[in-house]
Design a protein around this ligand. Structure first.
Ligand code: PGA
Length: 253
């Protein structure tokens, strides 16, 4: 049985003050009954304070990216071992905003993923097609390639320590959500692709859906057999909305 996982992706939002308040609201609103896991991926500079606030709580701390090398002359990057030292348990890799705006290739994403695995941080590998690719019937090709690039480098056994997030680019921040059937179809494709390599890994790996998840559409998505939770952008900045989405994951199981 896969435990649902809900992760907030704050993107480039937050101040010391409102991050502290948001986390305090989440901590007081979340029960700790173990039916689902919750994490937040926050800007690097907010991580040290959040690590103290979230120590020994039910909320896992995460980053929104991770360096593709161990250490060295890579200005602007933050390594997996640094994140580990500050208590991070999760790191998003290959988010479509990184791929599109900062030109991160499949190879670079694979290197970031592998650094994350090597240092005991659970990567959340984002995959997903653009609207143009969907319209051209390329969804499975694109998602399959994004997945293969990582598995060719780190091996399918790495999926025992990783999470996959299907995020159709056309649904991110647009208010347009994939229908539950559209999302389930791609989630099933991903799980089948993994099953061809390793049945147990396919059974066990959690595949999150991301893209305009809101309190009113979350329960429907989470009820689908291959959707194991969500990666939440905009709605994760509002404690009430994020808590409602967490609650939907609980109810869906
Ligand atoms: P959104 O973002 O929920 O604002 O669409 C999701 C994401 O980018 O992870």
């Amino acid at each position: 049985m896969r435990r649902p996982l809900i992760v907030g992706n704050w993107k480039m939002n937050g101040t010391c003050e409102n991050a502290k308040q948001l986390l305090a609201d989440l901590l007081s609103g979340l029960g700790n009954d173990g039916t689902r896991e919750v994490g937040v991926c926050i800007p690097y500079v907010l991580i040290p304070a959040a690590a103290e606030q979230l120590a020994d709580t039910a909320i896992a701390l995460g980053a929104q990216n991770v360096g593709d090398h161990e250490a060295g002359a890579f200005t602007g990057e933050v390594s997996a071992s640094m994140l580990k030292e500050f208590g991070c348990r999760l790191a998003i890799v290959g988010h479509s905003e990184r791929r599109a705006l900062y030109h991160e290739s499949n190879e670079m994403v694979a290197a970031r993923y592998s650094q994350s695995i090597a240092h005991g941080i659970q990567p959340i590998l984002c995959v997903g097609e653009t609207l143009e690719q969907r319209d051209d019937d390329k969804t499975f090709d694109v998602v399959g390639e994004q997945l293969s690039a990582v598995l060719n480098t780190s091996g399918e056994e790495s999926l025992f320590s990783a999470v996959i997030a299907y995020e159709p680019v056309w649904a991110i921040g647009t208010g347009v959500t994939a229908s539950v059937d559209q999302a389930q179809e791609v989630h099933a494709f991903i799980r089948n692709r993994v099953a061809e390599l390793d049945k147990e890994a396919a059974e066990q790996v959690r595949i999150l859906y991301g893209g305009s998840v809101k309190p009113d559409n979350a329960a429907g998505l989470f009820a689908m057999p291959d959707i194991d939770g969500g990666l939440i952008g905009g709605a994760s900045l509002d404690a009430g909305a994020f808590l409602a989405i967490c609650g939907a994951a609980q109810a869906g199981e």
